[in-house]
Design a protein around this ligand. Structure first.
Ligand code: UGA
Length: 448
């Protein structure tokens, strides 16, 4: 098994393609966007992700990877086809599966017999069953495997090399084993690949290879994301109580999370979750459950709490400033989290827009995501090209992403640039005492 085709050069598709290619497979990556394709041909990814460009350059020069928009050519010799295309949300919250079915159609028309179709795109449970029915309708001998992806943006390469688990769900055991073998091979090569990518190896914990039914694998993906989103909204709910009652949510979650049954991860309160996955996957889960006649009020509550957080933080600032109207404010952080240029559904963007709507004069800065955020920012908001420009003369500074350059800010310097002295830590990443000692008033989320 040598020849792999990957559909879609997004975070999942491109990362997977360059990792498979550098693990010894012949990979063809199919990308239909002309601008993304042009960048790939020049050896550059269209997004910022540590290590991906290095692996891309290496795979292209070793000729283990080719990029094309011609699926016919790519699928001719493919033995395994990975679908990594987007499943954006429809206005009603359900997942738009158009691209996924387009890939299935190409596979039906353009592959040889006995190919394995691997679904890596995030799809609602039941999608694989529909695609298998299509294969059958066209009398095609294609095996279907669901292989959900768990990598995080910002640490995509490391997560793909040091994975907690690979899940493969298929009704065909041979196909499932062949897909798992690809990951075993990646795991064998992980140190070499980390070196090529220039990323730090992660702590060595055992990687699990999990075989499930097709439907269970599909449901595992959205359930994992929904549970993480639930943890964040739970922490944010407790943060509101901590604010009201005079407790510190960071202390609470440190203590609560030290119970190994609970765990500390994803209990960081702040401006809430964003990005291309959690908001879409939670609404997709609610919508697909409805299709099966099942209510998930716990997930609706998760969304509601999340939506409330930027406004809650703006309100806290309003109370400290007297009012927001005509105040100069800086928003540091437009990416949906640190380590990425992705600004989709970014909480920092939402907060900047709320501040602008409240009449504040907003300047925003992000080291990597300004361009991507621009289209979602209200037109009055000025995008600064440096921290210094953003904070100059500000009455209040909001930090909405824990980028290293924000975490290592010199607070005396900051105070000297600002007009006022209010610092809103929307990611609970700073110590109040350090700011206080420089004459800055600290406002966290749930840290009264
Ligand atoms: C998430 C999952 O963590 C991945 O396992 C999954 O593969 C991916 O979605 C996907 O479905 O493709 P990602 O969206 O890249 O990964 O980012 P996360 O690190 O999970 O963060 C999501 C959001 O939650 C960010 O806005 C982050 O700032 C926020 N967050 C995270 C919190 O507000 N609090 C926390 O404690 C943790």
């Amino acid at each position: 098994m040598k020849n792999i085709a990957v559909f879609g050069a997004g975070y999942v598709g491109l990362t997977s393609a360059v990792i498979f290619a550098n693990s010894g497979y012949n990979v063809t990556l199919i990308e239909i966007s002309p601008s993304r394709l042009k960048k790939l041909e020049d050896g550059k990814s269209f997004f910022y992700e540590s290590g991906v460009n290095e692996l891309l350059a290496q795979a292209l020069s070793a000729k283990n990877l080719s990029v094309t928009n011609n699926s016919e050519q790519a699928l001719k010799n493919a033995e395994v086809v990975f679908s990594c295309v987007g499943t954006p949300d429809n206005p009603d919250g359900s997942s738009n599966l158009q691209y996924v079915f387009d890939v299935a159609e190409s596979v039906i028309k353009q592959t040889q017999d006995n190919v394995i179709f691997v679904q890596k795109s995030t799809v609602p449970v039941g999608t694989g069953q529909k695609i298998e029915a299509l294969f059958k309708k066209h009398s095609r001998k294609i095996s279907y495997a669901s292989n959900p992806e768990f990598l995080r943006e910002g640490t995509a390469v490391q997560d793909s090399l040091w994975f907690d688990r690979v899940v493969v769900g298929s009704n065909n055991t041979t196909a499932a084993n062949l897909v798992l073998d690809i990951y075993r091979n990646v795991e064998k090569n992980k140190l070499k690949l980390a070196k090529l990518a220039g990323v730090k190896p992660k702590r060595n914990t055992p990687s699990l290879y999990v075989k499930t039914s097709r439907n269970s694998a599909e449901l595992t993906k959205v359930t994992a994301n929904a549970f993480l989103a639930l943890k964040i909204s739970f922490a944010n709910s407790i943060a509101k109580l901590a604010d009201a009652a005079g407790a510190d949510v960071v202390e609470v979650m440190d203590a609560v999370g030290s119970d190994r049954r609970i765990g500390r991860a994803f209990l960081n309160a702040g401006r809430g979750y964003g990005g291309g996955c959690f908001p879409k996957d939670v609404s997709g889960l609610i919508s697909s459950a409805e299709d099966y006649g099942v209510d998930l009020p716990i997930m609706t509550a998760t969304t509601d709490v999340n939506e409330s957080m930027p406004g809650y933080i703006a309100n806290k600032a309003n109370n400290s400033l007297g009012e927001l109207k005509d105040k100069r404010v800086a928003v540091l952080g437009l990416a949906f989290k640190a380590g990425t240029s992705d600004a989709r559904k970014s909480p920092g963007v939402k907060l900047a827009n709320i501040l602008d709507k409240s009449g504040a004069l907003v300047k925003a800065y992000d080291p990597h995501a300004s361009q991507e955020a621009k289209q979602d920012l209200r037109s009055n908001i000025i995008i600064s090209d440096s921290i210094q420009d953003a904070v100059k003369g500000a009455d209040a500074v909001f930090v909405t992403v824990d980028w290293p350059e924000f975490k290592t800010l010199d607070f005396s310097w900051l105070k000297s640039k600002m007009k006022g002295n209010i610092f809103i830590d929307a990611v609970n990443a700073f110590e109040a005492d350090e700011l206080k000692s420089c004459g800055i008033e600290y406002i966290g989320v749930g840290r009264s």
